[in-house]
Write a protein that binds this ligand. Sequence first.
Ligand SMILES: Cc1ncc(COP(=O)(O)O)c(C=O)c1O
Length: 418
Amino acid sequence: MDNDGFTFRRQLSAMARERLKLSGISEIIALVESNGALSFGAGEPPDETFPKDAFRSAVERALSEGTIWAYYHDDLGDRDLRAWIAERMSRDDMAPDWVGPEDVVITHGAAGAVSLAAEALIDEGTIVLVEGPTYSDSLLTFRRQGAICVPVSTDDEGILPEELERTPQLKGARFLYTIPNFQNPSGCTASVERRLRVLDILRRHDVAIVEDDPYHYLGYDGPVPTSYLKLAGDDRRVIHCNTFSKIVAPGLRIGWAVVPPALRDVFLALCICDGLGPALLMQRAILHLMRTLDFEKHVEGLRREYRSRRDMMLGLAEERLTPLGLRTNRPKGGFFIWGQGPDDMRGFNSAAFARYAVQHEGIGLIPGNVFFPDGDDRGDRAFRLSYARIPLDRMDEGMVRLARAWRTYSAHRHEDRE
Ligand SMILES: Cc1ncc(COP(=O)(O)O)c(C=O)c1O
C-alpha cells in the first residue's frame, strides 16, 4: 500500500502523464529558496512598485458597488474594464480601428490569454513557430495542447526573416508565438521593419500570430514599435495577449486578450470551460485603480525605476562578467539581460552552471536551455539574468558571487578534464 494513498496511475490522462514536465526554472527557484540565495532569477516586479494604498481604495470602491457578488453574465469579462483597455490600447498605438470593448477578453494574466489561444488553435501534432529562445511557460502550455514547437533563431532585432522563410515547418504551421518587446528571456525588441517582413511571410503562408506583450509599457530608451496587432490592421490574424502583472502586480492575475471577431464565440466557450474567468472583484478593483491612477505618471515612475536597475546591471556585467569572457546584451526595456558563455568553452552547460552557482556561491540565474524545447541545444551556453527584483543594494554582491561562481566552476571543469 502506497503511503500517499490513491495513486491515480491508471486514471491519469496521457496528456498529464506525458506532456507536463516542468521547466528547469522551478528547480532553480526551489534551490534559491533552500539555499537562502540571492537571485537574478525572478522576472517579476519588486514589492516597492506595487500601488498598495491606491489598490486598497480601489478594492473598497469595488466592494461598495454591490455588483460583484453575483455571477457576471458576460463571460468575456467586465464591460467597463474591457472598454478601458480598448481605449488605452487605441491611444497607445497598440490597436487598429476595429478593436472595441467587444473584442477584449479578460483573462488570468497574459498566461491565461496565451492558454486560451493555445486551446483555440492547437491540435495534437500542430506546428507552432516560436522565437528561439522563448518564454518557457508558454512552451509548456503549447506542449500540453499537443503542439510541436519549432524555434526560429533571433538576433537583437527579433526573429530572423530569412530563417523563418527557410524553416521547413513554416508551410503548415498554425501560428507564430512572439514576444516582440523586451522579450522574455532575451531582452530583444523587434524593429518595425522586422515585424513587417515577418508579417509578410506569415501572410503568404497563411499563418496566424499570437503576440504576447507583457512588457509593453516598460521601454527605457524611447518609443515602443507598433504592435503586430496594429500592423496587421484589417487582416485580423493576430491574437494579442497582455497583462496588468508588470505594471500593477502579478498576484492579482488579471490580463487580457484582443481576439479577432472570427474567434469571439470560441473564446467565449473557452472562458466558460476555464472557470468563468477571473473574479469580478479583482476586475472591478483594477478598473477603479486605472480610473484613479495617473496612468502615464505611474508607468513613467516604473520606467525610471527599472531603467536605473538595468543601467546598474549593465555596468556591473561589464565590470565583472565581460573580463571573464561572459557576454551580455543591452536590452531597451523589460526585465532581462541575456548572457552567453565563452565560445571556446567546450561542453559548457548552463543548467549545470546554474545549479553550481546557487549551491556553491548562493546566486540564482536561469539557464538558457529552459527557453528551448527539449533536445534543442541552442540555449546550452546561455543564461538569463533579471534585474527586476533583486534588492538594488545587493546587485553588486550578486554580480560578485556570479563572477566567483564562474571562476571556480571553470577551474573545477578544467581540473575534471585534466
Ligand atoms: C512573455 C510572458 N508572457 C506571459 C507571462 C505571464 O504573465 P502573467 O502574470 O500576466 O500571466 C510572462 C511573465 O513573466 C511573460 O514574461
